[in-house]
Write a protein that binds this ligand. Structure first.
Ligand code: PMP
Length: 438
């Protein structure tokens, strides 16, 4: 469908080699260009500030931000220094170390309900353990979650999953046993009555309700007023635990979990991404009586060679320092986010392209739809995938790197300025013309 070649010749050549040596040419399907009609993605050589530079010498304003893992800007000198200092003390100990204690103590202060925490190497492991913990704490089987959300790539959460899985139409991954599917229930996001009905009728089998308090995996979709409160109340009324998956949202909108801003508390919270400052990390926390169930304090098993990795922990501490020292950070991200969203809306209105734009702080997402708003996964499914693909390809040609999927969010960073946002808005104008040209 798309004959135009996006990446330069060096990226093209690398992609051909990658296709031979790496399944699908990518180590994470979200990085592929399948949703844009295929072709080589730009191969990145280095990153600095708000920019990525590819092997063909092209620069891109980066709105992917490692799929939400970054917020401070690429190659921040303070982060590089923290990493350098930590690495000189050794890369991995396989033993307890001071940094993990400091980091745990700081997270206890930032995350109400976290009387204790545990670190893992990824968000997937954090959510996987949180679900196991909820099942152990309640003695129940069923995991309740929401259509189109993404919580990592272990079996149970790939049933009805969003994000990269939806991009490829793999909302039902192959290889998941029927027995695991039988214990997962997927409900529509933002439909409190549906969740209440299900929980009232069947909730006594429910171990937990797992939810992204603000969705970042079928675009950016905020909970409608009352949704989280009603779901949490209905879950607790039947003795199920509430897990907020804040792997994307923690530190994205404020210096801590977003649930503090939303006014609803979970029983267990998971985090990851931004905290690691570019290194792999994940974790979960809860009140003492729940966390004490985890081994060696209790019978729920979780460990990991990389858990509490000294380099990840050093980068996490540096991230918390940098976020903590920059009092105006989230205000600036919100100003830039608003300007970007307004510019995109203006351009779409001027050209008569039906478009819904969601924005919160430095997170923005576009939905090519003539419906008045998008509130759930089915709404995103009804958006115009071809218009989206043409738009993102046109942006890429102008040096603006957007996530190559209608289910992913654009993220601003501390390194983005009005200059990048203005350039982006001008590029949007040309890209919308490409959408209309069809
Ligand atoms: N939960 C959410 C909400 C996520 O967005 C992701 C990753 N996109 C995960 C969990 C899994 O995290 P990781 O990729 O670190 O395993």
């Amino acid at each position: 469908a798309h004959a135009d070649i996006l990446a330069g010749p060096v990226s093209e050549a690398l992609y051909r080699r990658a296709l031979e040596a790496i399944t699908g040419g990518v180590n994470s399907p979200s990085r592929g260009m399948e949703a844009l009609g295929g072709g080589a993605p730009p191969f990145i050589e280095r990153a600095e500030g708000a920019y990525l530079y590819d092997v063909d010498g092209r620069a891109y304003i980066d709105y992917v931000q490692a799929f939400g893992a970054l917020i401070l800007g690429h190659a921040r000198p303070e982060m590089l220094r923290a990493l350098d200092e930590a690495s000189r003390r050794g890369l991995l100990f396989g033993a307890c170390h001071p940094g993990e204690v400091q980091l745990a103590e700081r997270l206890r202060q930032l995350f109400p309900v976290c009387e204790k925490v545990r670190f893992t190497a990824s968000g997937t492991e954090a959510v996987m353990t949180a679900v196991r913990l909820a099942r152990a704490a309640t003695g129940r089987r069923v995991l309740v979650k929401f259509e189109g959300s993404y919580h990592g790539h272990f079996d149970a959460v790939l049933v009805g999953a969003g994000s990269g899985a939806s991009t490829l139409g793999l909302d039902e991954s192959a290889g998941i046993p029927e027995g695991i599917k039988a214990d997962v229930v997927t409900l529509p996001y933002n439909d409190a009555p549906a969740a209440e009905r299900w929980l009232e009728a069947h909730g006594r089998d429910a171990a937990c309700v797992l939810v992204e308090p603000i969705v970042g995996n079928f675009g950016l979709v905020e909970p409608v007023p009352g949704f989280l409160e009603r779901v949490a109340r209905a879950a607790r009324a039947v003795g199920a635990l509430v897990i907020f998956d804040e792997v994307i949202t923690a530190f994205r909108f404020r210096p801590g979990p977003v649930y503090v801003e939303l006014g609803v508390e979970p029983d267990i919270v998971t985090f990851g991404k931004i905290l690691g400052g570019g290194l792999p990390i994940g974790g979960y926390g809860a009140r003492r009586h729940i966390m004490e169930l985890v081994a060696p304090a209790g019978p729920v098993y979780q460990d990991g060679t990389w858990a509490g990795h000294p380099l990840s922990v050093a980068c996490a501490l540096a991230t918390l320092d940098l976020i903590g020292q920059d009092a105006g950070l989230y205000r600036r991200l919100d100003d830039l986010g608003r300007a970007l969203a307004a510019g995109v809306r203006d351009g779409a209105a001027r050209r008569g392209v039906p478009l819904v734009v969601h924005q919160r702080c430095g997170a923005v997402s576009l939905f090519f739809t003539s419906e008045p708003d998008v509130r759930d996964f089915s709404g995103v499914r009804r958006t115009d995938a071809r218009a989206f693909a043409r738009f993102v390809r046109a942006m890429l040609r102008q040096g603006i790197l957007l996530p190559p999927s209608p289910y992913e969010v654009w993220f601003l960073s501390a390194a983005h300025t009005e200059r990048e946002v203005e350039r982006t808005i001008r590029a949007v104008d040309a890209a919308l013309e490409a959408v209309l040209d069809g």
